[in-house]
Write a protein of this length. Structure first.
Length: 149
């Protein structure tokens, strides 16, 4: 059984989060994963700015930050569970980017959540080839769930 928790640490009511959960559950199924555990935490710009500054040494807010526990080779996983880690998403950046890109908040939150999910699985976009693989997977999940631009 998979354990996906979504925590809204802001004062905003975010109705889109149930659909974001469905999109992530689709991504888990698409990757044929079982017994994965991870969290999505919705925060504001100030909170994500501090995370970015303290952990990435970049002194500005960002849209999504992941903490992939599987990168840590010394972490024991109980009962065959894969504890993937945490995905932090700035609701403030998601709102502004949705407006900037001309699509819905649902599309932006879903994209950021799926993007973070694939980072937790070890995918990256440092090279053109890595980016093509990762972004193709993301877009396929979003398309399957009818989350379009």
């Amino acid at each position: 059984m998979n354990e996906l928790e979504i925590f809204n640490q802001t004062d905003r009511e975010i109705l889109e989060l149930e659909t974001v959960r469905d999109v992530l559950e689709h991504a888990i199924a698409k990757e044929k994963l079982e017994h994965v555990v991870f969290n999505v935490i919705i925060v504001d710009n100030d909170y994500i700015h501090e995370l970015n500054k303290n952990y990435r040494h970049i002194d500005r807010e960002t849209d999504v930050i992941t903490f992939a526990l599987e990168d840590e080779k010394d972490i024991e996983e109980p009962d065959g569970e894969r504890i993937l880690g945490d995905i932090y998403i700035s609701i403030d950046k998601a709102i502004s980017q949705a407006e900037e890109y001309g699509h819905s908040l649902l599309r932006e939150l879903s994209f950021l959540a799926v993007h973070g999910f694939y980072h937790l699985l070890g995918y990256d976009h440092q090279t053109k080839e890595e980016e093509e693989v990762m972004f193709s997977k993301q877009e396929e999940v979003l398309h399957d769930c009818k989350i379009e631009r």
